[in-house]
Design a binder for this molecule. Structure first.
Ligand code: ARG
Length: 462
């Protein structure tokens, strides 16, 4: 039996049922669906469409259905094609014919849009909490390491010395942007479609604003056609999740490189590594590799939804049902990935000696040029002369800092006797003291700003 079978003589093709039924995944919306129905029963009573007694009977029955779901005692029936029909069918069994009044003026089109928005709002809050915790873990690990120097890379080639704290903090700031993007997404998600009907609006004098407010929405959708068609909030959520996934993946890639024994800068906690069934010595960074892999899946989800949306004509189309599995899977993935990554960060053991040993004096070549600039040389000429110094050291097979003042003055008399003071990694880093630079003082200020950000967006203030 279907809820819409009145005009049909033949049953739905079995294959269409298999492809079209959504109960296999949208049962996860039962809380939102029932909350929406209880609120809607209230709106119908407020409009005089049902009596207060009928409203209470419906609400009582709906609460019982919810309780059955909560306890895992809800029994699905063969005709339950989606969460809406399943709840209404069961409600009918519990409260009798009055259940048939609940859907007055309402459609599954405004119903599913409402359910999905309420569900997405919770997923957004969960993602934000996970991001906040991971961001806090990064700051905590960074704080004691503003003077722990390590090579900074561009093109994955040794470039200039930075600190371990500065590197960690470079992965903190993208998370603040992710957090803010989810907050922005929440603003557009918290708009109520309920009362839009199937597409043209609700013919009963329901108070849509009060209905929206009772469900926790901040505003009411202004066009009923748009209200049932709009899945922008899902697309935004999926993009925000995909970009967050990209950030986690980039961090994971660094950790994979830095934990490789050839580097040995970091050690991953054992719970976040796995062994090899063949090679007893292996300590594989599976947690980071699976993070990198899951980010691909998140990118796939936003691509899927955008492709679904691009060809749909005005208002509701069944294609829109394809929004659910990407949304659910992305949220599920983030619920696991974010705490995993926070655990990884809390397990990381830096090896400051290995980091420092990896510093190559050639990374001070820019400082050599800056030394000449301080003595009045144009930077382009200073760069050229420092390049000659690098070449001279290479030709002799020695490190750059093995060159003496005399060696350098043989290249140019613009180098003074005090030039070898430049060959000092700590001095080099300390020079980069402008806001955002790698100097310990600048990184301490950065960490201070980060802590302010964390405090301003504490656990429940999106
Ligand atoms: N399962 C559907 C979805 O997820 C619910 C809405 C169905 N509406 C309809 N007219 N068939 O989009």
């Amino acid at each position: 039996m279907t809820l819409w079978g009145g005009r049909f003589e033949q049953p739905t093709a079995d294959l269409l049922r298999q492809l079209g039924d959504s109960i296999g995944f949208d049962w996860q919306l039962y809380r939102q669906d029932i909350a929406g129905s209880i609120a809607y029963a209230g709106a119908l009573a407020g409009a005089g469409v049902i009596t207060p007694g009928e409203r209470d009977a419906l609400a009582g029955g709906l609460r019982q259905v919810r309780d059955e779901f909560d306890r895992g005692a809800f029994e699905f029936a063969p005709g339950d094609e989606d969460i809406h029909t399943a709840v209404e069918r069961r409600l009918h069994e519990i409260v009798g014919p009055v259940a048939g009044k609940l859907h007055t003026g309402r459609s599954r089109n405004d119903q599913i849009a409402t359910d999905t928005r309420l569900w997405a709002l919770e997923a957004i809050a969960a993602a934000q909490a996970g991001i906040h915790d991971l961001a806090a873990a990064l700051v905590d690990l960074a704080a004691p390491h503003t003077e722990t120097l390590m090579p900074g890379f561009t093109h994955l080639q040794p470039a200039q010395p930075v600190s371990f704290a500065h590197w960690l903090m470079s992965h903190f700031w993208p998370l603040t942007r992710d957090h803010d993007r989810f907050a922005d997404c929440a603003r557009r998600t918290a708009v109520s479609p309920l009362g839009a009907g199937a597409l043209a609006g609700n013919p009963y004098p329901i108070d849509r604003a009060a209905l929206a407010k009772s469900l926790g929405f901040a505003a009411v959708a202004q066009n009923s056609l748009d209200a049932v068609a709009d899945r922008d909030f899902v697309a935004e959520y999926l993009f925000d999740a995909a970009l967050l996934g990209v950030h986690l993946s980039r961090f994971a890639e660094d950790v994979i490189i830095y934990t490789n024994p050839a580097f040995g800068w970091l050690r991953l906690g054992e719970p976040y590594t796995t062994g090899s069934s063949l090679m007893p010595q292996k300590r594989n960074p599976d947690s980071m590799e699976i993070t990198r892999g899951k980010s691909a899946r998140l990118i796939g989800h936003v691509t899927t939804l955008l492709a679904v949306l691009k060809g749909t004509p005005t208002s509701y189309d069944k294609d829109l049902q394809e929004d659910k599995e990407p949304l659910f899977d992305a949220a599920h993935t983030l619920r696991l990935l974010l705490p995993l990554m926070a655990g990884v960060v809390r397990s990381l053991e830096p090896n400051p000696a290995r980091m420092r040993a990896a510093l190559d004096p050639a990374m001070l070549a820019t400082d050599l040029a800056d030394y000449l600039v301080a003595r009045g040389a144009p930077f382009r000429r200073a760069h050229e002369l420092a390049g000659h110094a690098v070449r001279a050291a290479e030709a002799r097979g020695v490190a750059l800092d093995a060159l003496t003042a005399a060696d350098l003055r043989a290249i140019s008399l613009e180098f003074g006797d005090d030039v070898t003071a430049v060959f000092d990694f700590d001095r080099s880093v300390a020079q980069r003291a402008a806001i955002g630079g790698a100097a310990p003082a600048a990184v301490r200020a950065q960490i201070e700003a980060a802590r302010e950000w964390l405090a301003a967006r504490g656990a429940d203030s999106a």
